[in-house]
Design a protein around this ligand. Structure first.
Ligand code: GRF
Length: 223
């Protein structure tokens, strides 16, 4: 089922800790494939150094150097297509994508969001979770659609919100789970186990692997 020739691209804007998790889990074989290209729209992003250190083809495509969003996205698409990627992962990529880009990679464009969608889409996510009084938050990997943070959900990780939490403590607890969750979602995609049924993502072979697409808590074993 696994395809070792599977190639994917990662788009970043910042620290790239999720990128690092994807690099590490591709290197150790958990993800049956490799990152063919990393694109950053921010020249000084730490993630650029992570990609270069790992020996991955890395391109800075600075949105400020393009006349408009369309030209910027065309440059990214040309780079991704030249690298022959089957999947594009947004990992802390901070530019809103136009319908043109989203449609071009429909069904093969993933994003990670630091909340249990559909709760708390958009920005300032941990602050929203803390002030709302929820007892749990977490992270979601979803397919990207034209509306922000609303696409079909692939996998989720749950984390508790603890007394005394503030934005940094909650963000870092969630981020630790993101580093498990994104590789899991990419692995399922690479294994061709993600089947889109309308808004639902069905994970193939769920019966033998019932908690394939969730982290914390695992399911009770199926009797
Ligand atoms: C993560 O919290 C991710 O969920 C959000 O942006 C952050 C990126 O962090 N989309 P990093 O750059 O991967 O460290």
């Amino acid at each position: 089922m696994a395809d070792p020739s599977f190639r994917y691209g990662v788009l970043i804007s910042g620290g790239g800790s999720n990128l690092q998790a994807l690099i590490d889990r591709s290197a150790d074989g958990y993800i049956p494939g490799r990152i063919a290209v990393v694109i950053s729209n921010e020249p000084r992003a730490l993630g650029v150094q992570r990609a270069v250190s790992a020996g991955i083809a890395t391109r800075v495509i600075d949105h400020r150097e393009f006349p408009d969003r369309a030209a910027f996205e065309k440059a990214m698409a040309d780079t991704l297509d030249a690298a022959q990627v089957e999947l594009v992962c947004l990992a802390g990529f901070m530019r809103v994508l136009t319908p043109w880009f989203v449609r071009r990679y429909q069904g093969r464009l993933l994003n990670i969001h630091p909340a249990l969608l559909p709760a708390f889409p958009g920005l300032h996510v941990q602050e929203k979770a803390l002030t709302s009084g929820v007892r749990f938050s977490g992270a979601t990997v979803h397919f990207v659609t034209e509306e922000i943070d609303t696409g079909p959900i692939v996998a989720q990780a749950v984390v508790p919100i603890l007394p005394g939490d503030d934005v940094p403590t909650l963000a870092s607890r969630i981020l630790r789970q993101e580093h498990r969750l994104y590789p899991l979602a990419v692995r399922l995609f690479a294994q061709k186990r993600l089947l889109l049924h309308g808004r639902q993502v069905v994970v193939a072979d769920h019966a033998v692997d019932p908690d394939a697409a969730l982290i914390n808590p695992p399911l009770e074993p199926i009797a």
